[in-house]
Design a protein around this ligand. Sequence first.
Ligand code: ATR
Length: 277
Amino acid sequence: MTDRIPLAGVIGSPVAHSKSPALHGHWLKRYGIAGYYIPMDVSRDDLRDALATLPRMGFVGLNVTIPHKEAVLGLADLVSDRAALIGAANTLIFRADGKVHADNTDGVGFTDNLRQGAPGWDPAAGPAAVLGAGGAARAVVSALAEQGVREIRLSNRTRARAEALRAEFGPKIVVYDWVQAGNMIEGAATVVNTTSLGMVGKPEFRVPLDGLSPDAVVTDIVYAPLETALLKEARARGCVTVDGLGMLLHQAAPGFERWFGLRPEVDAAARAVVLGE
Ligand code: ATR
């Protein structure tokens, strides 16, 4: 067993678009680790069998993507607190004792990206304004709450989803109407877009930024394009901005460390690989 080449991979459907194989492949090569990271298209019907079989075939863990991020929670033996809080897992660790451990590194990927991209970022400096209330917002909100942000302003086109997050995460969340999303940006120390607005092929990002303070740190989870309209305008207003590609890279690093025993560096080379440069 110990002589086995460690295998990891990403399961989802579809997985062809995933950037993870290129990124983990880059890190394996860079650190001279004799391992492999493989994309696997797994249907909902095959998910249970995959999780039972892959650990016996030399897999040390997996990333999980759409549509399995929620379903794996019910199939894992152990679920981390942060995965339970977010309600989804993106990382599985197949432990030596045979147990499957489900974790979610999206929130830590979000905060590690902000800390790297905006070194002076102080989560407690003031309210955070979060646009969107989907899956990505859950990870962002839980990470901000964990970092000690006292007021998290939340606005979503479908208000009920924002209200649902408030019911779950408590009174530190203040819900704003989507038509007034611009208002919550006033006085915010951290501004985050978790919607798909501004992404290639999606509608434009049009939330008014008049109230945006030049002291705010602004980030977007959209990374195609890297320079979104939100980030461009925020920078023009003097804000420090952090693009969303870093979150993708930083959420991958803890999994790589758990599977292959070494914390990989999130640097320009890793960014270039994911950008296909
Ligand atoms: P993810 O897991 O990436 O967050 P998601 O759960 O589908 O994906 O959420 C997408 C987010 O983008 C949601 O906040 C969504 O708003 P709704 O909850 O109202 O759907 C938001 N979004 C997508 N298209 C939008 C649009 N045209 N205008 C405003 N918000 C939009």
